[in-house]
Each structure stands twice: as C-alpha cells, then as structure tokens.
Design a protein around this ligand. Sequence first.
Ligand code: ADP
Length: 186
Amino acid sequence: MWHSQPVTGFTLWFTGLSGAGKTTIAELVGPELERRGLLVDYLDGDVVRTHLSQGLGFSRADRDTNIERIGWVASRLTRAGAVVIVSAISPYEDARRAARALVEEHGAFVEVHVATSVDECARRDVKGLYAKALAGEIPEFTGVSDPYEDPREPELRLDTAETAPEESARLVVAKLEELGLVGVPA
Ligand code: ADP
C-alpha cells in the first residue's frame, strides 16, 4: 500500500555579518529539529565556498552567483521535503529575494537576520578578520569595506549582543512553531 507523504520542507535562511553567529545558532537549531523527527540539511557559506562555489570571490557578481546557487540547492531540497538551514552572509536584498522566490515555489522561506553590529563582531573577532579588514588589509569585507543591506522584512531578527546563542535558537524554534512549520512538543 502507498501512503502519500506530505511534503513539509522549508528553508531557514540565516543572514548577517561574518561572525554574527549564524553558524552557531544554526548548529543549535538543527539538532533540535532533528530531535523532532525532521530531516535537516545544512548549507553553510564557508562550506559551500569550498565545494559548490569554489573559485568564486567576493565581488558583487560572485556573491550573487554564490547566493543564487545556494538558493537553487535549497529550493531542490525543500521540494524533496527537507528542512534546509542556510548560513550565509548574503549581503544583498535582491539576491535574498531571488533565493526566497526559488524556495517558495516548493515550501516556506524563513529569513532570520542575525543582526549583530559591526562593532560587536569586531569586538569578538573570532577569526581575526575584522582587525585585518579595519586595517585595510581585506578589500570587499562585508560591513567594513563592502555593503551589507539589512533585510527589510525578515521573519525574525536576532540581537545577539542582548541574546545568548541558546536563547536565539529557542526564539527561532518558537517562530517555526508559530508559523506552523514544526510541531509543538506534547
Ligand atoms: P557566522 O556564521 O555568522 O560567521 P559564527 O557562528 O561562525 O558566525 O561565529 C560567531 C561567534 O560569536 C562564535 O564564536 C560564537 O561563540 C560567538 N558568540 C558570542 N556571543 C554570541 C551570541 N550571543 N550569539 C551568537 N554567537 C555568539
């Protein structure tokens, strides 16, 4: 006997500056969704750039190509019923909107702006990149020598200067519950 399986895929898209906390929060949200029985896959900007987008740089054209590719893969996986968690700076509104349009052909697109300020990212400077960028050693560094366009209408905005990673993850899951994309535990 065949059971028709409901397609419940959606894409959770984290955007924000380098070091804002996208990956950190994604890695807390993903396992929680897996615990709830969902199939989760990750498209992390740093990982994508070593595989799918190897060779691309940081010009606007290359950044747009990178996001277009991520959006396309996210759309395919969403269609297949997966929960896709994207963590990518994705600095341009137009590119994010195009990714949203691709995904929404098959499922929901939930944009989360990890809205950590440049000052806060530079204070943390986990990878030492802000010190170099602020010294003028990295051209096209988002937030310092390259633009970041704040999302106009994200489904959720997180202020990580005020909110610990675990609390941010909790807020993301609560938003997914509110949107009816994940079930509420009994
Ligand atoms: P991104 O994926 O946005 O480039 P990462 O998650 O790789 O950022 O790095 C963010 C860093 O900031 C991590 O080392 C994380 O532990 C640290 N951090 C400090 N405070 C917070 C917070 N409140 N929320 C998220 N990350 C935080």
